[in-house]
Design a protein around this ligand. Structure first.
Ligand SMILES: [Zn+2]
Ligand SMILES: [Zn+2]
Length: 196
């Protein structure tokens, strides 16, 4: 069991170990690399972007902010395979709560049906959602996670020279809940299987 140094997801099986540390996925490894590059982006520019995003309208419902990085936790199982992930959402608190309640329903319906991980992970994911609903990021200032996201976004733009915003990570896998976080921030995902 190891912790991804980029997204802090706990990985039971698999993952990537490199000189920089341990990662849950290739995407996290790339994001960490971009995060290091982002140190060259002027501090003021990061702050400016971050505050604009934090105090701007919610990208999901268009309502007032603050906008920050929230997380919804889901699990689904099928006999001996259990897959759980943590979905980053850039939105306002109301949208985040909706997605987290949705994730609780999803996990309670689909999470249990795997042995042994379904039974272990389902209550854990439900608990994490409840904790996220009650706590969440602070309202009065942007979270470190939002700063990381903005930094990586700016570094991506710098390295590709593109003017357009980074592609959402959910581009190839549509999500019902929440606004997908730009490319650079990973969606932690863990799969446990007892199959050989
Ligand atoms: Zn990760
Ligand atoms: Zn919203």
């Amino acid at each position: 069991m190891a912790l991804c140094i980029y997204c802090s997801t706990t990985v039971l099986f698999g993952g990537i170990t490199s000189d920089a540390g341990f990662f849950c996925s290739e995407r996290c490894q790339q994001s960490q690399h971009l995060l290091q590059q982002s140190e060259r982006v002027p501090y003021q520019k990061v702050q400016q972007k971050m505050l604009a995003l934090h105090q701007g309208a919610c990208p999901q419902c268009g309502g007032p902010g603050p906008v920050d990085v929230h997380r919804a936790y889901r699990v689904c199982s099928g006999l001996f395979v259990t897959k759980w992930n943590d979905i980053p959402l850039v939105c306002c608190r109301r949208c985040a709560t909706k997605s987290q309640l949705g994730a609780i329903g999803y996990s309670l319906i689909l999470g249990w049906w795997g042995l042994p991980w379904g039974i272990i992970v389902t209550p854990l994911q439900v608990w994490k959602n409840l904790k996220a609903i009650c706590r969440g990021p602070r309202k009065n200032r942007p979270s470190l996670e939002l700063e990381k996201l903005v930094r990586v976004g700016l570094a991506t733009r710098k390295s590709t020279g593109a003017k357009a915003a980074p592609k959402p990570s959910g581009a190839t896998q549509p999500r019902r809940a929440g606004t997908p976080v730009p490319n650079a921030t990973a969606q932690g995902s863990t799969v446990a299987s007892l199959n050989p």
